[in-house]
Design a protein around this ligand. Structure first.
Ligand SMILES: Cc1cc2nc3c(=O)[nH]c(=O)nc-3n(C[C@H](O)[C@H](O)[C@H](O)COP(=O)(O)O)c2cc1C
Length: 130
């Protein structure tokens, strides 16, 4: 099974969740602005996460979502760490759906900085889809 984990994180909260998910999947989490972020091999599952900044997604994640296309992943699973609103999840879902990538209804959410317990939960969450 080919698993991809992509995220954008300004202060590390979403990166911590991405790393927990990647650990469960046995892969590396890649920031969307890093070399190697492009999907080179179609993924069975693409885990993709970000947070909300002034009620919008960071421009790096927005731009990355626009590069995705239907064949890049059979399914996407969203995670987020916004502080108050879960609107980030809606925005990421919209981007994925615009690309033609089916999105799992279930998502992983931690309120801002994830606790050690939430990171353990993120690993368990990821394993459901692997
Ligand atoms: C400049 C800025 C704007 C933010 N705006 C929002 C917001 O509109 N709604 C919200 O729920 N959280 C907001 N947050 C909180 C972040 O989404 C939250 O801390 C998140 O965990 C940051 O993730 P990161 O460490 O991966 O960048 C904001 C944070 C910053 C720094």
């Amino acid at each position: 099974m080919n698993i991809a984990v992509r995220y954008y994180s300004r202060s590390g909260h979403t990166k911590a969740v991405a790393d927990a998910i990647a650990k469960a999947a046995g892969v590396s989490a890649i920031s969307v602005d890093a070399a190697g972020a492009a999907i080179s091999e179609p993924a069975d599952v693409l885990f993709i996460g970000g947070a909300l900044y002034a009620y919008g997604l960071d421009k790096h994640l927005k731009a990355y979502l626009k590069t995705l296309k239907a064949g890049d992943a059979k399914k996407a699973v969203i995670f987020s760490t916004s502080m108050i609103s879960k609107h980030s999840i809606d925005l990421i879902r919209e981007g994925l759906e615009a690309a033609g990538i089916p999105v799992e209804a279930e998502y992983f959410y931690a309120k801002s900085k994830p606790t050690a317990q939430q990171l353990a939960e993120a690993e368990l969450f990821a394993k459901k889809f692997i």
